[in-house]
Design a protein. Sequence first.
Lengths: 537, 197
Amino acid sequence: MRCPDELTWAIYADGETVKVDTQPLSGHLAVCRNCRELVAALQEENRALVHAIQGLDEVTQLAMAKSPARLFAEVGIGVIGFALSLRMGIDYVTGVETPLTLQWANPFRFSSPLNFLATSFVYLINEGGPMLASIFTSIGVASLIALGLAAILSLLKRASKPALLVTTILLLVSVSFPGYAIDIRGDRSTVTVAASEMVDDTLLAYGDTVIIDGTITGDLIAAARRVKITGTVQGDVLCAAENVEIGGNVEGNVYAVGESVQLTGMARNLYAAGQSIRLAEATAFRGNMMAAAESIVLDGQLGRDMIVAGREIEIRGMIGQGIRTYAQRLVLLPSARVGGDLQANVPTKDSVQIESGAVIGGKTDIRIAPPRPSSYLTISFYLIRAVWLAVAFVTGLIFFWLFPFLTRPMLDNRTAVLKTGALGFVAAIATPVAAVVAALTIVGIPVALFTLVVWVFGLYIAKIVLALFFGRALLSTPGTALAVELLAGLLLIAVAVNLPYLGTLINIILTLLGFGAVLLMIYRQFRPSAATALQIP
Amino acid sequence: MFEMFGLLIRTIQSDHNMSPNVDIQDASREDFAGVYRAYHRRVFRLCLYLLGSTDSAEDAAHEVFLRVRKSLEGYDPSQPFSSWILAIATNHCLDVLRRRGVEASLFELKPVEDFQPAAHGPSPLYELLAAERGDAVRRALVELPDKLRIPLVLTYYNELSYDEVASTLGLKRTHVATLLFRGKHELRRKLAQGGAR
């Protein structure tokens, strides 16, 4: 008998030879030494293969253990990043004029939601120094609470889920400060606090119309088509509505976003954004005013400074201190009284109209900044983009080094892209909302701040993560250095988001998509199967 | 927040991980945690071999345990539990591969191909044994094309018979034998190259 081929013996070695063939093959083996050796080798090979792929040797690890240096770097960068972002956030809020003036040039006006977010952010860090001091204390307290919670959770880990949930809620409730209790009222049509009624804590109201005639001892947070306040709010007023009308007496600050914001009452500071903002004659705000709107009219009294941006600004009333405006047109009527300096940033000299009779206590400084023909023709435009590119590149390199799992967004089919984008969209909107809600309890404030900082950072990282993805797709040669891929992707994105008109839209889409991808990657990284996976070769 | 997100998910699911390991055959209904603990590594590794990337394997393993939990009721104790769970995992991964569009390459292959190993090709045994550590073998395995890798994994990882592999993949028995044979040759070739490098 001629020796059977290796395939036949391979089947034999697997013990899978069909019955009728077994006999002759065994017979051949008995007489043929070569075949005997081949079969022995094949069987040995099978054993080695099983041994290897079943991982019985268990030597390798897919993931490298974290070196102490790397851990140190991660923590260090985290702390520095947190501090920097916080600082940037404060700078943004105090130097609000630039982004706000730019908004009017934006063909896609997403101003309302953006302003709402900005206003919420202002609210959160408004109290400045003293609040920061208390925040650090709170962070300490919160860490202690988190540690305690973690300890209790680990003790309870064998308990059932409901028990866990109840304990957690009880704990959270017990550490919340009762003074910051909150009253929530929502209705499809109208939420009313009648003139005789007194709400003895913070009120969160939403509906078609919110009318406050009575007294609220805490803050008022309202979202509706129309918000009207004629009563008294002892805390702050935060509202977002198509029409905001605030009369009455607000002892704290007013943060308002709306198509039309009409003020007739009293309050401390005013932060507002909208299409038209009007402070009627009866208005008396003791503090500052910071606002952006297409048209701003001040007929009443303002105790301190006014910093406003808009297309048309008209001042008829009294301003205790200075004015700084960024406007297409500024008019001071004869009745206007300005205690301090006037600084007007306008496109032409004719844009400022100061009528005789208007009084300006300090200096008048009119700065002409004619609209540039095209920002694409200026050097600074490219310089700023180059700086962005460089910073994003370095940030990306550091980030991908620290968190290598961020280099693998799963965007390989259309469904994944849609899902990721939707997640990014929801998370980008829900996160600040959740942060604002969290900030309603004292314990929640540091959490809220931290969340917002991480949120801002996540949105920043989003495009960098996508850049790497695009870079890889672009330079599909395997083995290309990560830095090269990242740079290529960043260049592509830099061009895309700066396209006239479409750029903003592309920017938003890319940011949301990237944000979703980042969240998904983090989710994948931290869920249990992933954690276990790291220990498996 | 992201950290907290991860922590939250881990906390929610940690009770699956932490419970003591109980006899799976008996307590399968009650103790999904034990099942997870006992089989996660095997399932994950199977998914890793079949799908070729850690990411997809993590996703797949996750899905598989969701399915397992749902269908624990339907487990027939007459067959080994491990076969049952690995079958679920295999089917899930094959679904994933089909969705990726691999189906064509896996099933269009002609049933009997005239594959003759080169006479001077690497002989059995040496390369596999020479790969002192299994990771070289595992890496080579993951790099194989799907149609060669999948039968190898089912046969030597799941330890299925030719017939079982054939019915899982919807192939003929002889076809399975050929694919296994070719797969092993390809493995040898890769390992020989790796050794020379």
